[in-house]
Unconditional design. Structure first.
Length: 101
């Protein structure tokens, strides 16, 4: 009998703790880590592969390469049309190499 009371008491304490923890988690907002902004956008400039500043994609490209976008696979042309975000020098180098530059 005594053991049974102890088990019921322990179960009640665990249930209360679970309810408290659930309420606490609901009250604390979950902060998503902020994603970094891209440094550049790779795109098309008059049929050539071009690098644009992220904030100024409607202006002049920072750099162009002698890679003619019309000769690239359709999937790459579509990605360039939408703009490929670039987050680092290393990623820029890799993407340009992959695209033939």
């Amino acid at each position: 009998m005594r053991c049974r009371r102890w088990l019921i008491g322990a179960a009640a304490v665990l249930a209360a703790a679970a309810l408290w923890l659930g309420a606490w988690k609901a009250a604390v907002p979950i902060q998503e880590p902020a994603l970094p902004s891209p440094l550049w956008i790779l795109g098309d400039d008059g049929g050539r592969l071009a690098q644009y500043e992220y904030a100024h994609t409607d202006g002049e490209p920072v750099r162009t390469w002698p890679v003619y976008t019309a000769l690239l696979p359709q999937a790459d042309c579509e990605r360039l049309r939408r703009g490929i975000p670039v987050y680092s020098e290393e990623e820029l180098r890799r993407l340009v190499e992959d695209l033939g530059g």
